[in-house]
Design a protein around this ligand. Structure first.
Ligand SMILES: [Zn+2]
Ligand SMILES: [Zn+2]
Length: 74
C-alpha cells in the first residue's frame, strides 16, 4: 500500500501586509500600478479585506475610528 502524505498548505498572505489590513485604495493601486481610480474618500481609510477603519497614515493598521492614526504613526 502506498501512503500519501497530505502536506498542509502554507497560508497565503498578501505581500507587504503587516497585520492583514490594508486600505482599499492601497490594494487597488498595488494590483494595477499606474491606473487611476475614482474612489470614494472612505476607500483610503477602510480595510479592503475586513471593512474596518485603517490608519490614515500607513493605511495598514486597523484603528477604532475613522481618520485616526495608529500607534506606530506620529
Ligand atoms: Zn482588515
Ligand atoms: Zn499607521
Amino acid at each position: 500500500m502506498i501512503s500519501i502524505r497530505v502536506r498542509s498548505r502554507r497560508s497565503i498572505r498578501p505581500a507587504g501586509s503587516v497585520g492583514g489590513c490594508e486600505s482599499t485604495d492601497r490594494v487597488l493601486h498595488r494590483a494595477n500600478p499606474g491606473m487611476f481610480f475614482d474612489l470614494a474618500d472612505s476607500d483610503s481609510i477602510t480595510c479592503y479585506h475586513c471593512g474596518l477603519y485603517v490608519c490614515v497614515g500607513c493605511q495598514t493598521a486597523p484603528v477604532a475610528s475613522t481618520l485616526t492614526f495608529c500607534d506606530a504613526c506620529p
